[in-house]
Design a protein around this ligand. Structure first.
Ligand code: FES
Length: 206
């Protein structure tokens, strides 16, 4: 496992800024999903986070940008680059073009150097791209923070850090449970969901 690198002071300021962007984005997204009233903005929302199985990503679905200039547009493998922050996305049914917008389906994509992926994680990746539930397992905030270590993802709410190169395990708390991982593959140049999330979403409910 790579050595953890904690963000410095300037990184903290960037983190705060990124947090605000993330909060605005998620609020917009949750308004679409109908979960906003239940969440209390970005607080703990285990009931909503779990969702129904139909709202979880399903094999064969594609990915669309959750926010930004390309919001709603398909994500290509080239859109996910090494060293960039986790990319917030929703799955999309390729036949009906229906975007599955819910907390249970909110995901992060990140590309990691394949040589830096653990052996248990690599079979579920595609060209170094890994996918996980975006819902922090501490108190349910969306995870969108950049970390100095390119295989890590940072939750801006309380600083939990997850190792996306090692099954989403917790590298730094207060979260104690790993992120659920979603297998992906590349088919005919498209990034495709290749399985189901391999664990519960969000914080423990008891
Ligand atoms: S909600 Fe993510 S660290 Fe607290």
């Amino acid at each position: 496992m790579s050595k953890e690198i904690r963000p410095g002071h300037s990184a903290s300021r960037e983190r705060e800024s990124a947090s605000e962007v993330g909060r605005r984005s998620i609020i917009q997204g949750l308004a679409v999903s109908g979960c906003l009233a239940a969440t209390g903005l970005l607080g703990s929302v285990p009931a909503c986070a779990q969702g129904t199985s139909s709202k979880r990503p399903q094999p064969g679905q594609r990915f669309v940008f959750m926010t930004g200039d390309k919001e709603g547009q398909p994500v290509t493998p080239d859109d996910v680059k090494v060293g960039e922050p986790p990319l917030l996305v929703y799955p999309m049914d390729p036949a009906t073009k229906t975007v599955i917008s819910s907390r249970a389906s909110l995901l992060i994509l990140k590309r990691i150097d394949e040589a830096d992926l653990d052996t248990s994680t690599k079979p579920h990746s595609a060209g170094g791209i890994v996918a996980y539930s975006a819902i922090c397992t501490h108190e349910g905030c969306p995870i969108s923070g950049q970390h100095e270590n390119p295989r890590m993802a940072l939750c801006n709410c309380h600083g939990s850090t997850f190792d996306l190169g090692n099954n989403g395990t917790v590298a730094h708390g207060p979260a104690v449970r790993r992120l659920a991982m979603l297998p992906v593959t590349i088919t005919d140049g498209e990034l495709v969901v290749a399985g189901k999330l391999d664990g519960p979403i969000g914080p423990p409910t008891s």
